[in-house]
Ligand binder design. Structure first.
Ligand SMILES: [Fe+2]
Ligand SMILES: [Fe+2]
Length: 319
């Protein structure tokens, strides 16, 4: 009987060049004019030799086998702490590694939102995003630049966390007591959408009344999914990221001071990111157009002071 042909996944070398740990997976390359991957670096090769091989740009694109994807993912995520601390790694490269891991983790959470391992990974990557941001505020710009311009839910979740952390830090200046729990809420804010049919989530036209009623359940469903795994602060952001100051939001129609400051910040980050990326029902707006729409057509949606601070944050200034 013939064995199944191996499946290959393309990888980037950033992780490997920035880390000093041995790898436990093979790396392959595909020479030009050939479709057959060749073994380039075998598992357990000495680090110095790996770096020498990978530094030669002529090797072409790099691949791992599908079977070693989990080992590669573990390697990346376990390398993050030391990569962030490593002053020899440029900020841009650190940001791209953190962003790639974050997007991966969110994708896995959306595939399996009840997995304890995935939730632990989400907590770890949230902490990595905060560490990177605290080490150098410029990383926020890099992380945002790396976000997809298309509305993939997992990229959106990372962006909302990055916008949220940036605004939170500007407001709270040096006090990061609740920051981790808040940022985790931002990362997980739309996890309830895993319980909604793709045909409704990705519908190109306007949603009818019943479809919108279904969409409105996602904050509650996210809260239910995460109730046993996260703190009250995190759950509050998940449950209330669609509330509005004027009471017209959902699921509870809370008003003004009934809404926590954390939820108010997450709401602004969520709407802004949704408006500035391509979605099934509309193209991406430029930043100024998104802010104008939020100011003029969404009156009563956001808390004015926080919205003004967000504009200052985007302009790279402190309030
Ligand atoms: Fe949402
Ligand atoms: Fe969202």
């Amino acid at each position: 009987m013939l064995s199944e042909p191996k499946k290959f996944i393309r990888i980037v070398t950033d992780y490997l060049l920035a880390e000093d740990r041995p790898i436990d997976f093979n790396i392959y390359t595909k020479p030009a004019k050939s479709n057959k991957p060749l073994l380039l670096v075998a598992a357990n090769t000495k680090i110095a030799d790996i770096k020498k091989i990978l530094a030669q740009k002529s090797h072409g694109p790099l691949f791992i086998t599908q079977e070693s994807a989990q080992k590669f993912e573990n390697f990346m995520e376990q390398s993050l702490d030391s990569i962030i601390r490593n002053s020899a790694v440029p900020l841009e490269q650190k940001s791209s590694i953190v962003h790639a891991c974050a997007t991966n983790i969110i994708r896995d959470i959306f595939d399996d939102p009840r997995s304890g391992r995935n939730i632990s990974r989400a907590k770890a990557i949230t902490s990595n995003i905060i560490d990177l941001t605290l080490a150098d505020a410029q990383s926020i710009r890099h992380l945002l630049r790396l976000g997809s311009h298309d509305y993939y839910t997992f990229s959106h979740c990372v962006n909302v966390a990055v916008f949220g952390v940036g605004l939170w830090l500007m407001i709270h200046k040096g006090d990061d007591t609740d920051l981790l729990d808040f940022a985790l809420g931002c990362i997980l804010h739309d996890v309830g959408k895993t319980q909604i049919l793709d045909t409704i989530l990705n519908k190109p036209g306007k949603l009818d009344f019943e479809e919108f009623e279904i969409i409105k359940k996602h904050p509650g469903q996210g809260h239910w999914l995460m109730a046993k795994h996260t703190s009250e602060t995190t759950l509050d952001v998940i449950l209330h990221h669609h509330e509005q100051i004027n009471g017209n939001g959902y699921p509870h129609g809370l008003k003004e001071d009934q809404i926590s400051d954390n939820a108010k910040i997450a709401t602004i980050a969520d709407v802004y990111d949704a408006l500035t990326t391509n979605r099934p029902y509309g193209g991406a707006r430029r930043p100024i157009s998104a802010l104008t729409l939020m100011k003029e057509e969404m009156v009563g949606h956001f808390e004015q002071k926080r919205f003004e601070e967000f504009i200052l944050f985007l302009g790279g200034r402190s309030a």
